[in-house]
Design a binder for this molecule. Structure first.
Ligand code: ZN
Ligand code: ZN
Length: 425
């Protein structure tokens, strides 16, 4: 169907603004905005009309701005209605919408943005009816055009860059409720931590009150006084003015296990107001304040892909373990421990089986060094594949972990002290 026929049908439904007319041909030609397209088509139809070729079915209010030579201008009797019958005048409010977005986002530091719109049911219905009437194959949705037009003005006013893939800030206009909602992308910071004291990696909520605060947790909402996460989060939230943090570690060690090698982590700040912060200063302040507790290093800004990287990384881990046995072990029998350098079969430990599937995992021990301490203590340095349970490798977990230190030495062996001393990617 030719352009003029489609345009004539559209303009026969009532007054339609240049944006709404041009949008029905949005996919034809590039380098034009929809209102430019609309203006071109409208002008061509007006020329036809002056040439006495156009149809009379077009609502004359569509030509109220056009100055005819031969024809009597229609504007005397047919004033242009206040608003476009399709968009209800929304394209006259683009500046106001952009201004509002600037005001709403003023408190936040960010570089890139994206505009979103939730149109009213009425707008959607009118638009669908227009497509039916006009039968155009080249249109785009009103939502797309509003987003783009507001985006252009907003970008200039606020001095920010559009990013449709990974924006720092999403500004959503809800035309139903006339509200603006902001979605602020988290700020991700990658680093390595050492844990030099027996604290948990992350904040553990009180099981009884689920963080609300109760007698049992002394109204703190959490079980432990602090954690690696909280010690980093405290100055980080202060400098970013964020709301909360999430912590993603490359695996974790138990509370009672030290981590002397640097473990990779990503800390995520929820709704940060500031993004440009000094990571050097963060590192220094965390390390200074928490001497002998935690130590962080290698900080860098990251994105959400880094979280996936860190969580799925299969680093080899090296542990230093002090094993205690319930009866005397001869120095000479320790060489049997070398048999642990193999593929270990581990059924889910009894201590976690209540919350994990009961399956058998196979994980390798890559190397093992042992040192006789006294007749009931041995020191081991073991390098293993990620995911191997060390406490069970030692105890045997009632035969659920095979082979084990207990089984090889023929005594009951337990971990007395455990430290993660190294990571290797
Ligand atoms: Zn319109
Ligand atoms: Zn509680």
């Amino acid at each position: 169907m030719d352009i003029k026929t489609v345009a004539t049908r559209i303009l026969s439904t009532g007054y339609v603004c240049d944006h709404c007319l041009g949008r029905q041909f949005a996919q034809l030609l590039s380098g034009y905005s929809n209102d430019e397209r609309g203006n071109i088509v409208r002008t061509a139809l007006a020329m036809d009309l002056e040439n006495e070729e156009g149809t009379k079915s077009i609502d004359e209010s569509n030509f109220s701005d056009i100055r005819f030579r031969k024809r009597k201008s229609p504007d005397a009797e047919l004033k242009k209605p206040k608003d476009c019958s399709v968009c209800k005048g929304i394209f006259t409010k683009i500046n106001a919408l952009a201004k509002r977005a600037v005001e709403e986002t003023e408190d936040f530091e960010y570089n890139t943005f994206q505009i979103g719109t939730t149109p009213t049911e009425e707008l959607i219905a009118i638009e669908e009816k227009l497509w039916e009437t006009a039968g155009t194959d080249f249109c785009e949705t009103i939502k797309t055009e509003i987003n783009r037009e507001v985006g252009k003005v907003f970008s200039k006013k606020a001095g920010k860059i559009v990013d449709l893939k990974n924006p720092d800030m999403v500004i959503l206009f809800d035309l139903k409720t006339n509200t603006v909602r902001l979605t602020i992308a988290p700020l991700y910071i990658f680093g390595k931590y050492k844990k030099l004291a027996k604290i948990p990696q992350t904040r553990l909520m009180c099981y009884d009150c689920r963080g609300l605060g109760c007698k049992k947790c002394d109204f703190k909402g959490k079980i432990h006084e602090t954690s690696v996460q909280e010690l980093i989060a405290e100055p980080l939230l202060r400098s970013t003015e964020g709301v909360d943090t999430s912590f993603h570690g490359a695996g974790r060690e138990d509370i009672d296990v030290l981590c002397l090698g640097g473990r990779n982590f990503v800390i995520e700040v929820v709704e940060p107001k500031k993004r440009t912060i000094s990571l050097k200063r963060l590192e220094t302040s965390v390390n200074k304040k928490n001497k002998g507790v935690i130590e962080i290093s290698n900080l860098e800004f990251a994105d959400k892909n880094k979280v996936v990287d860190v969580k799925s990384a299969k680093a080899k881990k090296t542990y230093k373990v002090i094993v205690k046995t319930d009866s005397t072990v001869k120095k000479t029998s320790l060489k049997k421990l070398k048999e642990l350098v193999t593929l270990i079969k581990q059924q889910t430990p009894t201590r976690v089986v209540h919350r994990r599937a009961d399956i058998i995992r196979k994980r390798s021990v890559y190397s093992l060094e042992y040192k006789y301490v006294d007749k009931t203590h041995v020191e081991l340095v073991i390098q293993t594949e990620a995911g191997l349970y060390i406490k069970e490798l030692v105890s045997g977990d009632e035969g659920r972990s095979r082979p084990s230190v207990s089984a090889l030495l023929g005594v009951k062996a337990m971990v007395e002290n455990l430290e993660v001393v190294g990571f290797e990617d």
